[in-house]
Design a protein around this ligand. Structure first.
Ligand code: ATP
Length: 300
């Protein structure tokens, strides 16, 4: 086999509850992940050494050295297999960079699946999941896809079957937000407000709406504890969220650490109209209709 192509989805957190800051600097989370039809493609080609090239959406913002999560994934997989392997990776990006949709994690997951195949390792998914968890807390979900409840740092996953397809619009902003900065701002705000931070718990109403495939019930349950921090760092997002609500979205939320905003629509037609209207309102750079859940990293 000389080349393998893998398609891997972005995610939106339909619930992101951030617990108290732990001694190790992490937070315990309840993170309800939902994979959506915005895909990066990872192409793995035979090569002597490990390298990466990035094409497409904001490619110039993505490092092509060891800082690239896809390179780290290839190296981690080779190490696990106990051999020196090479691969030329090409990433076709559609997931916004530093957009709160786990684009880097998606590329890492895609690389694990692609290199497992290219190198003929035949490792089972459980092994890839273990390597993924070491690479970053969102990487295992990018492998798994669908909808899942993550606990711990987000890496312990329980799959959640959903009763139907949900339609979304993702309003993509100019420039990204650093996830670390948004968490730090969340801690700062909580300290300033002397908030007593509760232990995070999955919302029963949210899980029931997902299970039933009921978008109208899901809309008001969308919740993101990072949203106040993202709004502090990027005040314009308040206007984006408000515009989506006024245009009839069933729910509006900052996606993960932002600055992408996610809007839940009643159906595909409304999602398409909402995307056009959001761009027309001048509250985002572009708006992308999508649906979920979709499968995790898959060979095409
Ligand atoms: P999350 O939602 O997991 O917090 P994000 O979607 O906000 O992440 P990413 O697109 O994953 O953010 O990128 C965060 C940073 O990681 C980027 O600014 C970039 O410097 C670096 N990075 C490393 N590898 C990649 C990659 N393959 N794709 C995108 N960014 C990458």
């Amino acid at each position: 086999m000389s080349s393998v192509t893998v398609r891997v989805p972005a995610k939106v957190n339909v619930q992101l509850s951030v617990g108290p800051l732990r001694d190790d600097g992490y937070h315990d989370l309840v993170n309800v992940f939902h994979a959506v039809s915005v895909f990066d493609e990872v192409i793995a080609k035979e090569s002597e050494s490990i390298s990466v090239r990035v094409e497409g959406e904001s490619a110039d913002l993505v490092p092509v050295d060891n800082g690239n999560l896809a390179i780290q994934a290839a190296r981690a997989l080779a190490k696990h297999a106990g051999r020196t392997y090479g691969v030329e990776l090409v990433i076709r990006k559609a997931i916004p960079v530093a957009g709160g949709m786990a684009g880097g994690s998606a590329d890492a997951a895609g690389t694990l699946v692609a290199c497992n195949e290219l190198w003929g390792l035949g490792l089972p998914r459980e092994d890839l999941m273990e390597i993924a968890a070491d690479l970053g807390s969102d990487v295992p979900f990018s492998l798994l896809g669908g909808t899942a409840v993550g606990t711990g740092r987000g890496e312990q996953l329980a799959e959640l079957p959903t009763g139907g397809r949900f339609h979304w619009v993702f309003a993509i902003a100019d420039g990204g937000l650093s996830t670390a900065r948004v968490y730090a701002e969340c801690d700062r705000l909580r300290a300033a407000l002397e908030e007593v931070v509760a232990w995070p718990q999955a919302s029963d109403a949210l899980l029931a709406a997902l299970k039933a495939g009921d978008a109208r019930a899901l809309g008001p349950e969308l919740a993101n504890d990072l949203q106040p921090a993202a709004l502090m760092l990027r005040a314009s997002l308040a206007r984006t969220l408000e515009a989506g609500r006024e245009l009839g979205a069933l729910g509006a939320i900052v996606s993960g650490s932002g600055p992408t905003c996610a809007f839940l629509a009643a159906d595909e037609g409304q999602a398409r109209e909402l995307a056009v209207a959001l761009v027309g309102a001048g509250v985002c750079r572009t708006a992308v209709p999508a649906y979920g859940p979709v499968a995790g990293a898959s060979i095409v």
